[in-house]
Design a protein around this ligand. Structure first.
Ligand code: GLA
Length: 434
């Protein structure tokens, strides 16, 4: 098996208190045990469906974005972190040049023949199948040699919750396929293939953030990713998280509606703003050229909606670097304030929040020890993320989820709240053999 390429350089973490380090080690052990239990269940499903045992198991994490939302596609800087919820892909080589997929969640199977031209894989109606076909097509186009294989896809990452389950499926499948074929594993190149696959299959003109976070995540760290670089030259930098910082996902709101269309609309607004402002000589190469002080000059040139979108982008652009600096300094109040400001801007200027997300964020902010909260990912539904003092973590989760508690936890707008802490986790990889 080819050796994995070295990941992005990890800045040295400051040694934390012994108790926090022990707690982190214990939670890493618990996570490994949970993965092992999940994989054991996946192996049973494999035996039922394909018979025998898989040759390997790959894992791809989901992600949350801490700040820097809706700026990756304008070449801005983002701060995502891979989380300890995963897609698992079990695989074994097959004699025929055919890929046979089985989804444990959907209880469905598909076949994709490999010996057609890369552009000529079967047109598949269901989005999930289209996504798998597009990943295969992009890997072949990029010259990754693929061999026939059987694959079982399983997950403990909720689908459609805004935690990048699509990117985790794409990268997890790519990781398993590359290793079955003995091809080199280059996380950034694979992330780029998977981003293109998602754009093609799901018609969402997404930026590079999700796939890079899933492929290149670092344990105990967020990733500072400057998206102005060309896809092949992206260089995520690990930002170690302070021991006192805990992140909690708040999920359970109504499902996303028409997210792809609305997402593409936002991107078009940014393109319109850029074209108009470039024509007026106010920007040269991207919206990054614009300082927040120049906004009043832009206002008369843009329609009100496009101007609001621009206000979000220009305000959001510096936040990822500022939050990375705050985390490096262990300054959680400043990190939290940046999350709050981001949420307010996404809600009012970018208009991608929902009543449920606003309520979840407001309730989180009322809890002791919560430094900040915001919707994470594209919005239009999905989930929120809260930055909580580790010492207050259990109490926070209880308050957000306990039915009818003093803090009013349990439900929001009639939907049950699911609050779960997430740890920063390494990117897609093979699991040790059984
Ligand atoms: C989705 C996209 C990302 C990014 C976020 C918003 O998750 O896939 O590329 O644009 O929305 O920040």
């Amino acid at each position: 098996m080819p050796a994995p390429r070295p990941g992005p350089a990890l800045t040295r973490a400051r040694p934390g208190p012994i108790i926090a380090a022990a707690a982190r080690a214990a939670s890493a052990r618990a996570a490994a045990a949970m993965n092992a239990a999940r994989i054991a269940e996946s192996r049973r499903l494999w035996a039922d469906h394909f018979g025998g045992r898989p040759a390997l198991a790959a894992l791809a994490p989901g992600r949350v974005n801490l700040v820097g939302e809706h700026v990756d596609y304008v070449g801005g800087t983002v701060l995502p972190m891979a989380i300890d919820r995963h897609v698992f892909v079990l695989a074994a080589p097959a004699a025929a040049r055919v890929l046979r997929f089985r989804s444990a969640q959907l209880g469905r199977s598909w076949e994709l023949p490999l010996d057609r031209a890369p552009g000529d894989l079967p047109a598949a109606p269901a989005p999930g199948v289209r996504l798998l076909a597009s990943v295969v097509r992009e890997l072949l186009r990029a010259g990754v040699p693929l061999a026939g294989a059987d694959l079982l896809i399983d997950a403990d990452l909720p689908a459609g919750a805004g935690l990048s389950s699509s990117a985790a499926v794409e990268v997890g499948v790519a990781c398993a396929l590359a290793h079955v074929a003995g091809a080199p594993w280059d996380p950034l190149a694979i992330a780029d293939c998977c981003r293109r696959a998602e754009e093609e299959a799901l018609a969402v003109r997404c930026g590079p953030m999700d796939q890079v976070a899933v492929a290149c995540g670092r344990a105990g760290a967020a990733l500072l990713l400057d998206c102005s670089a060309a896809p092949g030259a992206l260089a995520p930098r690990a930002v170690p998280l302070p021991e006192a910082a805990a992140f909690v996902v708040l999920a359970g709101g109504p499902a996303r509606q028409l997210a792809g269309t609305a997402y593409n609309d936002r991107r078009r607004s940014c393109e319109l703003a850029f074209a108009t402002l470039a024509h007026a000589g106010l920007v040269v190469s991207s919206l990054r050229d614009l300082h927040v002080d120049a906004l009043p000059e832009c206002r008369p040139l843009l329609d009100p909606v496009t101007y609001r979108r621009l206000q979000h982008v220009v305000g959001e652009l510096p936040r990822a670097r500022e939050m990375a600096a705050a985390l490096a300094a262990g300054d959680l109040p400043t990190a939290g304030a940046l999350m709050d400001a981001s949420h307010a801007s996404l809600a009012t200027h970018y208009e991608v929040s929902t009543p449920w997300l606003d309520e979840a964020v407001a309730r989180a902010r009322r809890q002791p020890g919560c430094h900040g909260a915001r919707l994470t990912g594209a919005g239009f539904g999905g989930c929120a993320i809260a930055l909580v003092e580790r010492a207050q973590l259990e109490r926070f989760v209880r308050a957000m989820t306990a039915p009818g508690g003093a803090a009013g936890g349990g439900t929001l707008s009639g939907s049950t709240v699911n609050a779960f802490p997430v740890q920063a986790e390494a990117g897609a990889r093979l699991l040790p053999p059984e």
